[in-house]
Design a binder for this molecule. Structure first.
Ligand SMILES: [Zn+2]
Ligand SMILES: [Zn+2]
Length: 189
């Protein structure tokens, strides 16, 4: 009798534990490649500005996610730092609306905004035609957005900390960026 009730007890306990484990896995987005899924978006992924005049689509995995503490980013965002997902040019499409360019004088960075609500949507950098810097928190679902590097920390507000694994006083060099990009795309983050 004792044995039987002990067995039932063990059985119902293990069922409860299995259900609890499944709940945790579902909540954290479990899938066979869940580690990759955590910080890379499921594609294609839509996005929109604040007033929904501009709609875009991400069709390619970002090659890097960056937090930038520079003064331009602080003033453009009216915030402590900007967050950028660098997306291969072929992987970013405007599907509705016509963004307007409003660049800072003498800057090689060409910023594009919603013409209505003036949300900052993306940036093109002169001389770098292979990628677009997209504001990833505009995506429909941005839980994957997590800065891997942070730049211009010499301008950082003392309290402004991010998840970045690598920090740079200024910007990373092209050589450094190559290696960081490989880490970002391959490593478990
Ligand atoms: Zn808008
Ligand atoms: Zn910046």
């Amino acid at each position: 009798m004792y044995r039987s009730s002990q067995k039932e007890y063990n059985c119902s306990n293990s069922v409860k534990m299995t259900i609890a484990l499944l709940r945790v896995l579902i909540r954290t987005g479990f899938s066979p490649n869940w580690r990759l899924r955590m910080h890379h978006p499921n594609l294609p992924l839509g996005g929109t500005c604040c007033c929904a005049t501009i709609r875009f689509k991400l069709l390619a995995t970002p090659i890097m996610v960056v937090a930038c503490h520079c003064r331009d980013c602080q003033t453009l965002t009216s915030n402590a730092f900007s967050i950028t997902a660098m997306v291969p040019t072929h992987g970013f499409k405007i599907i509705e609306g016509e963004p307007v360019e409003r660049s800072l004088p003498k800057s090689q960075r060409h910023h594009f905004f919603c013409p209505s609500g003036m949300t900052w949507v993306f940036t093109k950098i002169e001389g770098i035609e292979t990628r677009i810097n997209v504001r990833p928190t505009l995506c429909d679902g941005s839980s994957w957005v997590k800065p891997f590097i942070e730049t211009m920390t010499r301008d950082k507000l003392p309290w402004a900390t991010t998840s970045a694994v690598h920090s740079f006083d200024e910007f990373s060099t092209p050589d450094e960026f190559q290696s960081l990009q490989a880490q970002f795309l391959s490593e478990e983050q």
